[in-house]
Design a protein around this ligand. Structure first.
Ligand code: ADP
Ligand code: TRP
Length: 332
């Protein structure tokens, strides 16, 4: 029996190179070796109150982009979270045994109190129970996510074990963060600091759907400095970030060539950025072309979403049936 893997991405916009190299690339590799459920976490994204039009558009972007990156709906269950109401039902049950103190101590909740103090809703507080429901509903044991999600997985284990203890069962297995084959890369942004992230603005991100012109423009505007003044000097963050991006999209000898020039104080940022942009375009083009093709095919998208929802619900309904009986919801 293959082990079960679950992971999801919140639909908050188009996917960028960070999402690809930090998550989706791994999903694609895993799909043949595990029983995978990859979903679009649209319930989670309600905490930020998207408009109905934006929400629908973002869900479509992620679905199209999952497919364009190579997630195969014949091998893997791809579904939209809100199509599986059993997830919301399990979330309710888990919430009854999730305590205010532990939810308030979660690092992501504390961050949100700081970053969106005008909208600290109950959905944010219970984000970890919804995430636990996503994972436990399929009894997954492996969850491919980045370091920032480890605390959520620890809480998932706590909630699952608590349910098991309370109802004297072994319904829910423990799940752990999982890196497949290689260490996950952290993709830096173009704005000179930190990782590529939608929250840092469009200028920081190269989206999988960006056209060559857009990529050239964004890379040409990336933050640099006046250039090195001493041979072999350490690179400041903004420059190191561009080299890290080159390492991801360019051949090793291209990267070594520009690194050598930097170390000899002979690097012209204009040439360096042109090469980086062209290599990003080479990487992006096949995915962008697939995105364009798939996004026009509404009947295919409808069929994929429907097929995924059916498969996900089949697994979710089994778990919910068992949970309901354990809790004491039984027919007379
Ligand atoms: P964003 O920061 O743009 O809102 P999300 O937080 O929605 O992106 O990330 C979705 C997935 O992509 C997560 O699994 C996350 O670990 C991964 N990811 C996002 N940005 C990066 C990055 N710059 N480098 C590596 N992985 C990333
Ligand atoms: N919290 C995850 C993130 O922000 C998204 C997510 C929601 C998720 N539910 C999940 C990831 C279940 C893995 C499993 O990236």
């Amino acid at each position: 029996m293959k082990e079960t893997v679950v992971s999801g991405i919140r639909p908050t916009g188009k996917l960028h190179l960070g999402n690809y190299f930090g998550a989706v690339k791994n999903f694609v590799k895993m799909q043949y070796d595990y029983n995978c459920y990859f979903f679009i976490a649209d319930l989670h994204s309600l905490t930020t109150h998207p408009t109905p039009g934006d929400l629908h558009g973002y869900v479509k972007h992620v679905l199209v982009e999952y497919l364009a990156c190579g997630i195969n709906p014949e091998e893997t269950t791809i579904y939209i979270q809100s199509d599986v109401p059993e997830v919301a039902e399990l979330y309710l049950y888990l919430n009854m045994n999730a305590y205010m103190g532990e939810l308030e101590r979660s690092a992501s909740f504390k961050d949100k109190i700081r970053s969106q103090s005008d909208n600290v809703n109950a959905g944010l507080l219970t984000y970890p129970t919804l995430m636990a429901a996503d994972i436990l509903i399929h009894k997954a044991t492996k969850v491919p996510v980045g370091k920032d999600q480890e605390q959520h997985l620890e809480m998932t284990r706590t909630f699952g074990n608590r349910f098991n203890r309370m109802y004297k069962t072994d319904l829910f297995p423990e799940s752990y963060a999982f890196n497949y084959q290689e260490n996950l890369v952290k993709v830096p942004g173009l704005d000179g600091k930190g990782k590529m992230s939608k929250s840092s603005g469009d200028g920081s991100c190269i989206y999988l759907s960006d056209s060559p012109e857009v990529i050239r423009k964004k890379v040409s505007r990336a933050v640099t400095d006046a250039g090195p003044t001493e041979e072999n000097q350490p690179k400041p963050e903004a420059i190191q970030n561009l080299f890290d991006l080159m390492k991801i999209v360019s051949p090793a000898d291209t990267m070594a060539h520009f690194d050598g020039l930097y170390n000899k104080c002979e690097l012209r940022y204009g040439d360096f950025k042109k090469q980086l942009a062209e290599d990003m375009i080479l990487f992006n083009t096949p995915i962008r072309e697939k995105i364009e093709e798939i996004s026009k095919d509404t009947s295919y998208l409808r069929q994929v979403a429907k097929h995924g929802a059916l498969k996900a619900r089949e697994s979710a309904q089994k778990t919910i049936k068992e949970a309901r009986e354990l809790i004491g919801f039984k027919s007379f």
